[in-house]
Design a protein around this ligand. Structure first.
Ligand code: IPM
Ligand code: MN
Length: 353
């Protein structure tokens, strides 16, 4: 296969982790005889620094015509004073919307050798293997009206969802659960929010088409607690945009580090693949970033973006191999581990492929 992959390294540690993921893609290309046409474009603070909008037109055009997009991170505190609509993060919201990637899959698992890396007792973390399906194009992130009224000292955001928006992401979550352990937990705040009441109703209706999947509903506060107490009890979690943003960071911490979590954002066109972590400006450029989130995102690009499942499995196995051999970036370092840099860990993963 030849696939056109657009790279959007972005800000902070984004360029380092994308470079690591590219090395892995090249190793896979070599082993399985695929060739990649890689193009790189700027996004986020990297674009603002060149006096361009956070999402330049040619970056968006390249994304729309690519087979898949691999993004590092966006976020740069130099632009903190800007309104949300022109900050680096706005590029991410716009590219998600323009690509129509409504379903954001965020797998979180316990990796071999990292049973002790997180804050939980190893026996609590053991067996954790869940996927959080986050609705990505609705809710508070996009709802109108929104804005600040400086004079009145008020501000408003709107949590809005329509039936079709809930339905399409629900079908993705049920489809995924069907391929896994057939347990779906839909997370909402139906004891307070009308939007959540609609959410619960629509999800329950769709469940009739998936009788082989067990559906339960859980309130978001109680889900946050259960993620910490019993992460291994979850298979697929379905939730709206903001709840999914928050719960996925928690899932990252539970598994040992946010730096381990990959994501795939899927819609009708090219998928957008990015690690869940942010730009981490405090460690940028020092070779300290954990490349596993980005490399596992490249694995999702191979499987969910290009249909190359065997290749994706080879990446996952190589990550497992490197972690089992004790190699650790600082975020997951332990007494028995060997501290390595971003590029050293990536090289070990490539060698295992
Ligand atoms: C994420 C990030 C983004 C989000 C930010 C950077 C806009 O936190 O992908 O989880 O909130 O969606
Ligand atoms: Mn987030």
């Amino acid at each position: 296969m030849n696939a056109r992959i657009l790279l959007l390294p972005g800000d902070g540690i984004g360029p380092e982790v994308v470079a690591a993921a590219v090395q892995v893609l090249e190793a896979i290309g070599k082993k399985f005889s695929h060739s990649w046409t890689l193009t790189s474009k700027i996004i986020g603070g990297a674009a603002l620094r060149q006096n361009l909008p956070a999402l330049p037109d040619d970056t968006l055009a390249a994304a729309k015509t690519a087979d898949a997009v691999l993004l590092g991170a966006v976020g740069d505190s130099s632009f903190d004073a800007l309104p949300p609509s022109s900050r680096p993060e706005s590029a991410l919201l716009k590219i998600r919307k323009e690509l129509g990637v409504f379903a954001n899959l965020r797998p979180a698992r316990s990796w071999p050798g990292l049973e002790h890396a997180g804050p939980l007792k190893p026996e609590v973390l053991a067996g954790t293997d869940l996927v959080l399906v986050r609705e990505l194009l609705g809710g508070l992130y996009y709802g109108e009206p929104r804005g600040q009224d400086a004079g009145a000292g008020t501000a408003v955001n709107t949590m809005r969802y329509s039936r079709p928006e809930i339905e399409r992401v629900t079908r993705v979550a049920f489809g995924l659960a069907r391929k896994r352990r057939r347990q779906l937990v839909s997370v909402d705040k139906a004891n307070v929010l009308e939007v959540s009441q609609l959410w619960r109703k629509v999800v329950t209706e769709i469940a009739a088409d998936y009788p082989d999947v067990t559906l339960s509903h859980q309130l978001v506060d109680s889900c946050a607690m259960k993620l910490a107490f019993a992460p291994a009890s979850f298979d697929v979690i379905l939730t709206e945009n903001m709840f999914g943003d928050i719960l996925s960071d928690e899932a990252g911490a539970v598994c040992g580090s946010l730096g381990l979590l990959p994501s795939a954002s899927l819609g009708p066109g090219p998928g957008l693949f990015e690690p869940v972590h942010g730009s981490a400006p405090d460690i940028a450029g020092q070779g300290k970033a954990n490349p596993v989130g980005a490399i596992a995102s490249a694995a999702m690009l191979l499987s969910d973006g290009l249909g190359l499942h065997e290749e994706a499995a080879a990446v996952t196995a190589a990550i497992e191999h490197a972690l089992s051999s004790g190699l650790r970036t600082a975020d997951i370092m332990s007494a028995s581990g060997r501290l390595v840099s971003t590029t050293e860990l990536a090289a070990a993963i490539c060698a295992a492929i």
